[in-house]
Design a protein around this ligand. Structure first.
Ligand SMILES: O=C(O)C1=C[C@@H](OP(=O)(O)O)[C@@H](O)[C@H](O)C1
Ligand SMILES: C=C(OP(=O)(O)O)C(=O)O
Length: 434
């Protein structure tokens, strides 16, 4: 029987820890409405806070990362009403001395400091313990080169403080963004409000997650900002106003990965409602990845439907552009009928945890053959057994764990609540599909 799941608020009791991942013995048949995109929501919030009028972020995602972003921008001086489904944002004067908690949100740690440069107060940044080892140094160097006084303990990481003067000179800056596309997005998002705008050039190994920079460019243009991205590895934002934001947030297509994977591993069918026909979200790439693994992928009147095959095919994939999909894809590879090679994702060692090491350890502990390479994984499926799947405070490791648990008896996912980073009540939502 087809199950339709539409949940919007945190309403379940806190999940057990470790959490027995639901085992799906039958082919799933479900239609789901997923919460909004973290990447789109946090870009919209930043632009709204530095825009020239009252804004609204519709169907905002209510998750740890977006609430941290809202709290950070509110601390700076914006007014953000997060009480409803649509969040009203009113820009304000940025004048206070404040401390901003980045949690484990890359978008908060990278996107807010350039905005803080526009404040006349001192803005201190810190976050979760692991956040102190996620890369940010290139953004701090860039801000200094653009005229911002940034003080840290010389390690180029959290904690640091931006001593704003109320304006940022801006201009041209060369950075090495090979560790994260968010370095570039951060400078572009605030760049129109710098006196000279900003001209960012990348010099280094290829920038990962380039579609996320394209997303940044697209949302800037939607809000009236003039961006020149006609040359590879160079993005120039002209100085000017940012128009008020009125944007409906699309469902998070990267967070669709475990749900579509559920169809893939059970040989069933999952439809994600409201899958956009055109999008800047890199998660849209799931359509081709799942098709390569043998799934049928089609659009229906309701959304995007994935139907799993009898047996999943192993794949050889370069995930450089879509690194955040790696944990879910790796879990699928461990359940495929042949070996897979995932490449091009050295940078995900700097994500919420070292995802390559974590995946190799956790999939390996359940019986998969996994070789860890500097930039990827080779995964050789083998009969898997139950056990505790550790998540290292990483929401996408939890997604990998529940995918394995759907197909293997006795998998317990440690700290499944870490999924609240980008998905409210993930465990309740997932359980409702059994
Ligand atoms: O700009 C964004 O919203 C994101 C960019 C990517 O970061 P990296 O370039 O660090 O991979 C992605 O992995 C992350 O989940 C979200
Ligand atoms: C890398 C991710 O997050 P962040 O925005 O914290 O970098 C992610 O969500 O996979």
């Amino acid at each position: 029987m087809q199950q339709s799941t539409q949940r919007s608020a945190q309403r379940s009791a806190p999940p057990a820890d470790p959490w027995p991942a639901p085992r799906f013995h039958d082919a799933v048949d479900a239609v789901v409405s997923l919460p909004g995109s973290k990447s789109l929501a946090n870009r919209a919030l930043v632009l709204a806070a530095i825009s020239d009028g009252p804004s609204v972020v519709r169907r905002a995602l209510r998750s740890r990362d977006t609430l941290l972003m809202a709290a950070g921008l509110t601390a700076l001086g914006a007014t953000i009403d997060t009480s409803g489904v649509d969040w009203a944002v009113t820009p304000g004067a940025f004048t206070s001395d404040v401390t901003i908690d980045c949690g484990l949100a890359g978008t908060v740690m990278r996107f807010v400091p350039p905005v803080a440069g526009l404040s006349s107060g001192t803005v201190a940044f810190d976050g979760d313990p692991h956040m102190r080892s996620r890369p940010i140094g290139e953004v701090l160097l860039a801000l200094r080169a653009l005229g911002v006084d940034v003080r840290d303990d010389a390690r180029g990481s959290l904690p640091f403080a931006v001593h704003g003067t109320g304006s940022v000179r801006g201009g041209t800056v060369v950075i090495d963004a090979s560790a994260s596309s968010q370095f570039v997005s951060a400078l572009l998002l605030a760049g129109a409000r710098f006196d000279e705008g900003v001209d960012v050039r990348h010099d280094g190994k290829p920038v990962p997650s380039l579609p996320h920079i394209d997303m940044t460019v697209a949302v800037l243009r939607e809000n009236g900002v003039d961006v020149d991205d006609s040359e590879a590895n160079r993005w120039a934002v002209a100085p000017g106003r940012v128009e008020a934001v009125d944007r409906t947030i699309e469902p998070d297509l990267s967070n669709a990965a475990p749900f579509l994977a559920l169809a893939a591993v059970t040989g069933g069918s999952v439809t994600v409602r409201d899958w956009p026909t055109s999008t800047t979200q890199p998660g849209d790439e799931l359509r081709s990845i799942l098709a390569l693994m043998g799934c049928a992928v089609d659009r229906t009147a309701e959304g995007l439907r994935v139907t799993g095959p009898d047996r999943l095919t192993g794949v050889d994939l370069d995930l450089h552009d879509v690194g955040e999909l790696t944990p879910a894809v790796a879990a699928l590879c461990a359940l495929a009928d042949g070996p897979s090679h995932l490449r091009g994702v050295a940078h995900i060692r700097g994500h919420e945890t070292d995802r390559l090491a974590a995946l190799a350890t956790e999939l390996g502990a359940l019986g998969a053959g996994v070789d860890e390479h500097p930039d990827g994984l080779t995964i050789r499926p083998a009969p898997l057994r139950g056990g505790v799947f550790h998540t290292y405070a990483d929401h996408r490791m939890a997604h990998a764990g529940v995918i394995i648990g759907a197909a293997v008896d006795g998998v317990l996912v440690e700290d499944v609540a870490t999924t609240s980073k980008t998905f409210p009540d993930f465990a309740g939502f997932w359980s409702a599909l059994v």
